[in-house]
Design a protein around this ligand. Structure first.
Ligand code: C5P
Length: 300
């Protein structure tokens, strides 16, 4: 085998409870992740040197993605090589459908996909616990990108365990033309003196298990919504447009600026998307959840 492709999904946080900043600069989280059907496909090919290329899928603006050694996919590849003490490199091709700096963990998806792709390409048989630990070193959301589905996240978000989800949810993601820095939103959270919401969200977990869209809509909550809106007051417009288009509820995705409109079913999602497109949000896209974690889609 000389080349293979791994697909990794975007994530959203159905609940993002943020505690006071830790000594290491990270914030303790209690979060519920869900993988949704917006994807990056990462193709790896054995090569004498590391290189990375990024191709946009649809309207995604990839101009801010670094194409050097700082790219998180290259960092993931190098970490795997160091972990196994082997001498190898690869050419990495990212087909990017996940908005950049959108709060949907696109970089984390690329890191997770690269770990899985190179593990298979080089037949390293890395045990799951080791892959999860390498993932955590690359970023707080990377372990969840390996896992997919719906999961409770604790620690700084890197400790993940699956939770029951009756599934079949539909969302409309509303990306923003300009990204937001995750670190800046957390800093704004601290500056605003926001605080300590460290309870396991039992109502939300019950809604997921029961498959009730009304209960889910009533229990979605993201502590980073206030700081993100404080930095970007213009984000009120897509929020209001989503509700006007008939969304059950609007939820900021992670640290933003992408919004998620919760919909009743597939048909409703198309209807809400059309309302958002008519309101000027042309890049709105319908996506199901939960979907799988990083997985091989093609061998070449
Ligand atoms: O872990 P990751 O590299 O994705 O985090 C990006 C930035 O987001 C961190 O440097 C930190 O500023 C912030 N962050 C945080 N608390 C977390 C996760 C991320 O403060 N639990």
């Amino acid at each position: 085998m000389s080349s293979l492709t791994v697909r990794a999904a975007a994530k959203i946080n159905l609940r993002l409870g943020v505690g006071p900043v830790r000594e290491d600069g990270y914030h303790p989280l209690i979060t519920v992740y869900q993988a949704v059907g917006v994807y990056d496909d990462v193709t790896v090919t054995a090569s004498p040197t590391w290189d990375v290329a990024v191709e946009p899928v649809g309207a995604v603006d990839v101009s801010a993605v670094p194409l050097d050694e700082t790219n998180i996919a290259v960092r993931a590849g190098r970490l795997l090589v160091t972990h196994h003490g082997i001498d190898a490199a690869a050419s990495i091709w990212v087909a990017k459908g996940i908005p950049v700096a959108g709060g949907m963990a696109g970089g984390s998806a690329d890191a997770a996909a690269t770990l899985v792709a190179l593990d298979r390409l080089w037949e390293l048989h890395t045990p799951d616990d080791e892959l999860l630990s390498l993932a955590a070193q690359l970023g707080s959301d990377v372990p969840f990108a390996l896992l997919g589905g719906t999961a409770l996240g604790t620690g700084r978000g890197e400790l993940v365990e699956p939770v029951p989800d009756a599934g079949g949810w539909w969302w409309v993601a509303v990306p923003s033309a300009t990204g937001l820095s995750t670190a800046a939103v957390y800093q704004e959270h601290d500056r605003l003196g926001l605080g300590d919401r460290q309870l396991v969200p039992q109502g939300l977990l019950d809604a997921l298990a029961a498959g009730s869209v009304e209960e889910l809509g009533a229990t979605l909550a993201n502590d980073l919504e206030r700081p993100a809106l404080s930095l970007r007051p213009d984000l009120a417009a897509p929020h209001d447009a989503g509700l006007a288009a008939g969304a059950v509820a609007m939820l900021l995705s992670g640290s933003g600026p992408t919004w998620l409109a919760l919909c009743r079913d597939h048909e409703h999602a198309h209807w809400v998307r059309e309302g958002l497109v008519d309101a000027g949000f042309a890049d709105a896209v319908a996506a199901p959840g939960p979907v799988a974690g990083a997985h091989v889609v093609e061998y070449a």
